[in-house]
Write a protein that binds this ligand. Structure first.
Ligand SMILES: *[C@@H]1O[C@H](CO)[C@@H](O)[C@H](O)[C@H]1NC(C)=O
Ligand SMILES: *[C@@H]1O[C@H](CO)[C@@H](O)[C@H](O)[C@H]1NC(C)=O
Ligand SMILES: *[C@@H]1O[C@H](CO)[C@@H](O)[C@H](O)[C@H]1NC(C)=O
Ligand SMILES: *[C@@H]1O[C@H](CO)[C@@H](O)[C@H](O)[C@H]1NC(C)=O
Ligand SMILES: *[C@@H]1O[C@H](CO)[C@@H](O)[C@H](O)[C@H]1NC(C)=O
Length: 412
């Protein structure tokens, strides 16, 4: 009899562990909203996201304190309330980036004074000023977390100092909590797609110890302003080069970075290039530069309407995982639903924490989001459904077995 109870307990704990393992880590569905885009905040369908990140607070080159661009202040002060009115459980973060104000759709090609953050990191008093101001600003505007968007560390000492900053930042956030009735601020950061630069490696131990998660900026690899040959900017694979997301993610994981702290960055924009010869349009064909916009960047929404206007055809290339379209001598590469699906499936397969899009208002009627959602619901949901059916069935069988056991006992 005793041994039967033990078996029963073991069985139930295995089942509950199974259930726990599949619900413990919620899939992160994060997205940036860029205030410079000036797209209406109420248009964000916040019910679709677990986290929304409002960008960008700037860093002063003299005091290293955060500042909100004055012309965008209204957005930052209303962001959290507006997005929470549709989805009270969405978590909002304030992102920090020290670039120039711009109206372009993509920010990564923009000029950044890389020495501002380098100098901030370099001295303990400057780091303190930055950290205190980041916490104060996030609280003041009602954000629940802080994100550092800095992809331009330049030297080995930047990397070492970044490790120190993250330790101090985490300590400050934890200690702030002791005096506060609010919940603890989340800390996240953006990472370059590779864990190492020529001058050194990211402070991986410090990032995984101190950050709630980090997101790989897996796009803007090739920009038409800088290059003479066409290439897609966010390829998952590339048979002839290491500039691809799979190579980067495998690099992070090989360095021991935990997959459940790594979030996959998805672009909701693409780039238009001018072909030298419209007939020569495979990857690597000569280009004379950008097309259509100032830097060639186009939002997904704009690309779709542009393509509809020409009644053109979008092609998916599964070798690279990219979509493109050719209209005359204009070659536009971007992620359409097929690329997004393939990437979500990849992120799931690698057990990553989720995805983070740049930026939410570039979606076209939430089409890309839906593609991500469908892929996301695939295998995971089936597994959960199976458990939901399995668990009660197993319990009924156990109860029946015990009843039979007792009945037999009494009869004998
Ligand atoms: C860049 O930042 C450094 C360090 O804060 C500052 O001394 C310098 O004046 C800045 N340069 C420009 C062009 O703003
Ligand atoms: C951010 O600050 C730098 C100086 O540190 C300045 O050059 C830049 O224009 C500012 N960006 C915005 C968006 O205000
Ligand atoms: C700070 O930067 C200066 C000049 O770039 C460098 O000589 C110094 O070693 C740095 N100090 C620290 C603590 O990293
Ligand atoms: C928390 O409160 C104590 C006592 O009021 C104070 O000494 C300390 O500086 C506060 N810490 C923070 C991080 O505000
Ligand atoms: C993708 O494009 C490359 C060159 O541009 C080509 O060699 C390859 O066959 C294409 N793959 C698919 C699946 O279309």
């Amino acid at each position: 009899m005793d041994s039967k109870i033990i078996i029963l307990l073991i069985f139930i704990s295995i089942l509950s562990y199974q259930l726990h393992c599949c619900t413990a880590q919620p899939w992160t569905k994060a997205g940036y909203w860029y205030a410079g885009s000036e797209s209406p905040i109420p248009d964000i369908n916040s019910a679709l996201f677990t986290h929304l990140i409002c960008g960008f607070a700037n860093v002063s080159s003299t005091t290293y304190q955060l500042s909100i661009p004055p012309e965008q202040e209204q957005y930052f002060s209303t962001f959290t309330n507006i997005v929470k009115s549709k989805n009270p459980s969405v978590i909002t973060l304030l992102s920090i980036w020290n670039g120039q104000a711009t109206t372009a759709k993509s920010i990564l090609g923009e000029k950044v004074n890389t020495s501002v953050l380098s100098s901030m990191l370099n001295q303990s008093s400057c780091r303190k000023s930055f950290i205190e101001s980041s916490i104060k600003t996030a609280r003041q505007y009602g954000f629940q977390g802080i994100d550092l968007f800095w992809l331009w560390p330049n030297t080995a000492s930047d990397m070492t100092n970044m490790g120190i900053l993250l330790d101090e930042w985490r300590a400050a956030v934890d200690s702030e909590l002791r005096n506060s009735s609010e919940s603890k601020l989340i800390l996240t950061m953006a990472l370059y797609y590779l864990p190492s630069f020529e001058f050194g490696s990211y402070p991986i131990g410090s990032i995984q110890r101190n950050m709630d998660w980090a997101h790989v900026v897996a796009y803007d690899y090739h920009l038409p302003l800088n290059e003479k040959f066409i290439h897609a900017h966010a390829v998952l694979y590339d048979p002839s080069s290491n500039v691809n997301t799979d190579y980067g993610i495998r690099g992070w994981l090989a360095k021991g970075f935990p997959p459940n702290k790594l979030v996959f960055g998805l672009p909701y924009h693409g780039y238009a290039w001018t072909l030298v010869n419209p007939k020569e349009n495979a990857i690597g064909a000569p280009s004379s530069g950008r097309a259509e916009t100032e830097d060639g960047s186009m939002s997904y929404k704009y690309i779709k309407s542009y393509i509809r206007g020409y009644n053109a055809k979008t092609i998916f290339n599964a070798t690279f995982v990219m979509n493109y379209c050719i209209i005359g001598s204009t070659w536009i590469n971007f992620d359409d639903v097929e690329s997004i699906r393939a990437k979500i499936s990849y992120a799931k397969q690698k057990n990553l924490r989720g995805y983070n899009v740049f930026q939410v208002s570039n979606d076209d009627n939430w089409m890309l989001f839906q593609a991500a959602q469908e892929e996301d619901n695939g295998p995971e949901k089936k597994r959960r459904l199976l458990l939901i059916i399995m668990l009660p069935t197993a319990l009924i069988i156990i109860i029946l077995a015990f009843m039979m056991y007792y009945i037999r006992d009494r009869v004998l």
